[in-house]
Design a protein around this ligand. Structure first.
Ligand code: HMG
Ligand code: MG
Length: 298
C-alpha cells in the first residue's frame, strides 16, 4: 500500500553546489531556487551558514537568503553547524535551519572539527536558541550506511543520534547515506533500528547515488513507512569532506518513480527537467539523471 503523497526535499542549491569547483554566481543560485519553487518544490535547502574557510562555495549565504522572493508555504531551509551559524541565519530572517551530525566519529571531526559528543552539545545550544526565536529545526545524521574514513557504521549508533535530535525537538530526522554505499539490505537494517526510537513518519532518507543504489534504497524506505525523501535536481551533490561521494539521487528520477507508482509529489516533472538543464549548463556539467537524458527538452 503506497501513500498518496510523498514529500520531496530539494537539496540541490546547497548539497548540489557546495562541492562545485566552479564559482556559481549568487544570482544563478537564486534563479535556481525560484525555478525549483515554480516547479512545485515546497521544501528547499537554500544554502549553509558554515565557515567560508571550510566551504567557500556557500560564502554568499546571506546574499542568497536576502535575494529570495519567498513564496508563502515554501519551507526554505539553511544548514547551520553552531550558534554562530544560527546568528547569521537569524540576521537574514531564516525560518528553518538544519543541523548536521554524524554517526561516525572520524567524519564528525573531518566535517565539523569536533567529536560526536561535542557536536551534540553544539546542537543543544542551537536548538535552545532556535526554540526561543521560533525557528524550526531539521536534523541530519550522516554516514548512516558507511563512513569514508571508518567504513562500517553501527545502525544502533545511527538510532541513538537520531533519537537525540528527535528528543531535542527536530521536526524531521534525515538519514544521510553520505557516500552512497548503502543497499536495500543495509538501509533496511538502519531503518529497523532507528524506527525503534523515532517514528517512521519523522524520518527522511537522504541518498547519495554513488553506487546507483538510491532508488532501490528509497523504495525500501517507502515500504518501511518513510514518507520524506531528499533529492537534488540534476543529481548534483557531494560533500567536500567525503571524497569520492557522488551526487544525491536526482529529483527528476525520484519524481518519475513516485509518479509512476501513483504517488503525488506536487512537482512538475517537465519543469524539474528544464531546471536540471538550466543549472547543469550554468556549471558546465551533464545532468546525472536518466530521466533528464531520456526526456526531450521542452
Ligand atoms: P572550527 O574551525 O572548528 O570553528 O570550524 P571555530 O569555532 O574554532 O572557529 C574558527 C573560525 O571559523 C572563526 O573565524 C569563527 O568565527 C569561524 P576566525 O576567527 O578564524 O576568522 N566560524 C564561522 N564562520 C561562519 N559561520 C559559522 C562559523 N563558525 C565558526 N557558522 C565549523 C567548525 C563547524 C564552523 C567548520 O568545521 C565548518 O564550517 N564545517 C562545515 C562543513 C560543511 O559545511 N560540510 C558540508 C555540509 S554537511 C553534508 O554535506 C552532509 C549532508 O548533506 C548529509 C549527508 O549527505 O550525509 C547534510
Ligand atoms: Mg548530502
Amino acid at each position: 500500500n503506497w501513500p498518496n503523497f510523498v514529500k520531496v526535499v530539494e537539496v540541490g542549491p546547497r548539497d548540489g553546489l557546495q562541492n562545485e569547483p566552479k564559482n556559481v554566481p549568487t544570482n544563478v543560485k537564486v534563479d535556481l531556487i525560484n525555478r525549483l519553487v515554480d516547479a512545485g518544490v515546497r521544501d528547499v535547502e537554500t544554502t549553509s551558514f558554515v565557515s567560508a574557510k571550510w566551504v567557500p562555495q556557500m560564502g554568499d549565504n546571506k546574499e542568497v537568503m536576502r535575494s529570495l522572493q519567498k513564496v508563502p508555504d515554501v519551507n526554505y531551509v539553511a544548514l547551520v553547524p553552531n550558534v554562530k551559524g544560527l546568528e547569521s541565519a537569524e540576521a537574514v530572517q531564516t525560518e528553518t535551519i538544519a543541523l548536521f551530525l554524524a554517526a561516525s566519529e572520524s567524519f564528525s571531526k573531518k566535517n565539523t572539527n569536533c567529536s560526536i559528543d561535542e557536536s551534540m552539545e553544539r546542537a543543544s545550544a542551537v536548538l535552545e536558541r532556535a526554540r526561543k526565536a521560533g525557528i524550526r529545526v531539521r536534523g541530519y545524521v550522516s554516514c548512516v550506511c558507511g563512513c569514508p574514513y571508518e567504513g562500517k557504521i553501527d545502525p544502533q549508533k545511527v538510532a541513538q543520534i537520531s533519537k537525540f535530535l528527535y528528543d531535542e525537538g527536530c521536526y524531521e530526522i534525515s538519514l544521510g547515506d553520505t557516500i552512497g554505499v548503502g543497499t536495500p539490505g543495509t538501509i533496511a537494517a538502519v531503518l529497523a533500528e532507528v524506527t525503534k526510537l523515532v517514528p517512521a513518519e519523522k524520518i527522511a532518507l537522504h541518498c547519495h547515488n554513488t553506487y546507483g543504489q538510491a532508488l532501490p534504497n528509497i523504495l525500501i524506505g517507502l515500504q518501511m513507512g518513510v514518507r520524506v525523501f531528499d533529492s537534488s535536481v540534476g543529481g548534483l551533490g557531494g560533500c567536500p569532506y567525503a571524497q569520492g561521494a557522488s551526487g544525491n539521487v536526482a529529483t527528476e528520477d525520484l519524481v518519475y518513480m513516485l509518479h509512476g507508482m501513483g504517488i503525488q509529489t506536487g512537482i512538475d516533472l517537465n519543469k524539474i527537467v528544464n531546471t536540471a538543464h538550466f543549472i547543469c549548463s550554468a556549471i558546465g556539467k551533464d545532468p546525472q539523471s536518466n530521466v533528464t537524458r531520456a526526456l526531450p527538452r521542452v
